[in-house]
Design a protein around this ligand. Sequence first.
Ligand code: ATP
Length: 345
Amino acid sequence: MSGLVLKDITKSFGNFTAVDTANLSVPHGKFVCLLGPSGCGKTTLLRMIAGLEDPSSGAILLDGTDITPVPTHKRNLGMVFQSLALFPHLTVGDNIAYPLRIRGASREEQKKRSDELLKLIHLPGFADRPVAKLSGGQRQRVAIARALALSPKLFLLDEPLSALDAKLREAMQVELRQLQQRLGITTFVVTHDQREAMTMADLVVVMGNGKILQAAPPIDIYRKPADAFVADFIGMTNLLDAEVDRAGRVSVLGQAIAGLTIPEGLTKASVSIRPEDVHLGSVGGDAISGTVTFVRDLGGTIETFVETGGKTIIAVATPRERPDVKAGQQVGVTLPAQSCVVLKS
Ligand code: ATP
C-alpha cells in the first residue's frame, strides 16, 4: 500500500512496554492525531516513525518499503516539538532557511524558499526580524515553516500547540489544518486534547496503555467509540452501566431500552449516549425519572444535569428546545435506542 504502515510495532524499555503491537495504515495526505492520556505511548510511537527510537519489534513501511533501519535524516521528514527549538540569535528568515543552509543551498535559494514559506504561514515581510521579538503564535508558525523547508514527505509534530493560550491555540489548530490541506502532506500530531484532535484530524488514533484502541475519523470516534475507555476519554458522554437479562434485553438505570441488544458473548457492558441525544420530558411511561440538580445555560446551549439512581446524566439542548427546566424539577429521561452505543466495560 502507498502511504505509511505500522506493522506490529512494539517498544519496550526494560520490562516496560511503552508501545504494544501497534498496527496502523495511513494513506498519503492524511492528518493523523495520536490522542491519549499522559504516558500512553504517543510520543514513543511518533519517535519511532521519526527514526529517533528503534522499535523492539515490528516494521515501519513507507510506500511499501521497510524504513525501520533508515536513520532520521534520510527519512525525508519535518519535525516540530513543543519546545520549538528555534535559534534565538538568528532572524526569522535564517531560522526557516537553516535546513537549506546545512544542505549547502545558495544564499538566493535560501531567501527564495524562506520568502515562500513566510507567505504560506501568513508572515510575509518578517524575514529580517529577530526571533526573540515574535509572539508565541508567530514563533510557532516559524517553527512549522522551518520544518517544511525541505518539502518533507512526512510532517511530525509533538504537542506543538500546548504552550499557547487557549484562544491562540484554537486559532492555530485551524491554521495548521488549513496549511496541511494546502500542502497535502501526511502529518502526525501528538496531542492529549480531544477537541484539538477532532478539529484537525482525518484520522484520530486513540491510545491507552501503549495500545492503539481505535483509529477512525473523528466523527466515528465520537459516535461509535470502540470501548468504554475511548468513550470516556473523548469526553462529553454519559457512560452508564448496562444490565442484560436472560432474554438479552438491555436495561440502564432499571429501565429497559426497547430495541437495544448486546453483542453475543458480552456479559458486562456500558452504554454510552451523547448529551445531545438524551431526551428530557415529563415523568411517567417508559421514561427514567430523575431530578434536575443543575442547569448550565451557556447561551447557545443549555446543559441539564439530572440525577437518577445515584448517577448524573447530562442532557444538552438549545434554549429553543428546552426553554424552562429548573433545578429541583422532576423530569423523565429517555435514552433512544438508536443513540445508545453498547460498549465493553
Ligand atoms: P505524554 O503525553 O505525557 O507526553 P506519552 O503518551 O507521549 O505521554 P510516552 O512519552 O510515549 O507517553 O511514554 C510512554 C511510557 O514510556 C511512559 O510511561 C514513559 O515513562 C515510558 N518511557 C518513554 N521513554 C522512555 C525511556 N527512554 N526509558 C524508559 N521509559 C520510557
